[in-house]
Design a protein around this ligand. Structure first.
Ligand code: SF4
Length: 267
């Protein structure tokens, strides 16, 4: 049986322009090559790679990618937990309702129904990245109510370790999007039951509830003269208790990908 040799960052780097132009939201081409191999960036994220170059690299990249099996394994574990979860007991404290053996949970103002086997239904089409965070939220061992105190990602338990990835996959791409589409955050408020809030040192601060007791606040400051634009995402202090840091990251990365699609669609 032939084995496919793993693609190394250096092999990808050789094909890149090596200009370190940062359009991929990373500081250098080498960082980009490492991020592609690590699965945090896609070849499409470098606007300078030609279709031919991408076609050459993609098959080897896909052949060695492992996140899918890991994700499937993670979902399987969550489904096992769901099967023995007392839905009625967890419903009230998690801000969801339970009727006829099915949980109704709001994500960004849209209703999702989850049964004991973990099967999900929704009037909006099921978004794949939402499945794992919703199941995690229901099955996670601890839970607390919303505190009204906002903390940064790095202040959440485990956040320091995931901070770099969170910045490069969530905050930076969302800032680039908001720079390009100044109306985006207002659209998000309208589409996803968001709320404009005061009290943050930002031009616009939007609170969203991707899950009932997981409030996040997106703060955006537009560029002003020599001052570059900035975007930060804050979390209610309860988020670190109600969801594992990995699920918080998955949720935010999924949100940003969805916003990117919305922005492309609108433009
Ligand atoms: S966008 Fe492409 S060329 Fe520019 S830094 Fe990133 S990888 Fe390098």
């Amino acid at each position: 049986m032939s084995t496919i040799k793993p693609l190394t960052p250096l092999e990808i780097y050789k094909v890149l322009q090596k200009t370190n132009c940062k359009q991929c939201a990373l500081p250098s081409c080498l960082a980009f090559a490492a991020a592609v191999v690590g699965g945090q960036k896609k070849l499409d994220d470098c606007p300078h790679l030609t279709d031919e170059e991408k076609d050459t690299l993609a098959p080897t990249l896909q052949a060695r990618s492992t996140p899918e099996p890991r994700k499937a394994e993670f979902i399987d574990k969550l489904l096992e937990k769901m099967a023995v979860l007392d839905l009625e007991a967890v419903a009230f404290e998690r801000g969801v309702s339970c009727k006829d053996g099915s949980i109704s949970i709001l994500s960004l103002g849209k209703e999702f129904h989850v049964d004991q086997s973990g099967q999900m239904k929704s009037s909006c089409h099921i978004i794949p990245w939402v499945q794992a965070p919703i199941l995690s939220y229901l099955c996670y061992g601890t839970h607390t109510q919303i505190t009204g105190r906002w903390v940064s990602f790095r202040e959440i338990k485990g956040g320091i370790e995931w901070r770099g990835l969170f910045r490069s996959r969530c905050e930076t791409p969302l800032k680039i999007l908001a720079d390009k589409h100044p109306e985006l955050l207002n659209d998000i408020i309208e589409l996803f039951a968001g709320k404009d809030v005061d009290g943050f040192d930002a031009d616009i601060a939007v609170v969203l509830h991707p899950l009932p007791h997981i409030p996040i606040c997106i703060c955006y400051q537009a560029a002003d003269g020599d001052l570059e634009s900035d975007l930060n995402i804050f979390f209610d202090e309860c988020c670190g208790t109600n969801l594992h840091i990995k699920s918080i990251y998955t949720l935010c990365a999924g949100l940003v990908q969805m916003f990117e699609k919305i922005a492309v669609h609108h433009s």
